[in-house]
Design a protein around this ligand. Sequence first.
Ligand code: FES
Length: 170
Amino acid sequence: MTLATTTTGWTREKAAEVIAEHRNLDGPALPILHALQETFGHVPDDAVPLLAEALNLSRADVHGIISFYHDFRHAPAGRHVVKVCRAEACQSMGGHALAEGLLHRLGLQWGGTTGDGQVTIEPVYCLGLCATAPAALVDGRPVGRLNREKLDAVVNEVRNDWSHTGRVGA
Ligand code: FES
């Protein structure tokens, strides 16, 4: 199974259209950023001045919003996205070491993508799966009670496009 996300290549016109669609909302910055990411798969740097101008903000303000919220990507994600929980319950169950170990083994920073373009590892802050901590979301599917072996298996499975099984262990 592949990530069911269809993204559009960057054009200034498309970005302007997305911004115009949402700019009259109350508190439009976040909806616009989400819409840009949904459209392009990330928030392109070239969209920052457009958004700043539309909302009468400085570029630094827009960069500040983007970096404050962990949901926004600066580059397109890999084919699959593994979101590893970094919130308290998961941390208390060893989530920190688990996640850092995974990043180390893959040679990635948070938000990074494997060299084969298959998997992006992102942080997330509570998935509502605290009872099964430490937990992750794999292409939108919850996976709990992670340990090193299970996390490695999940990542390897999605790198191989789910090994034709279409599922990961619960
Ligand atoms: S703290 Fe990780 S799922 Fe809630």
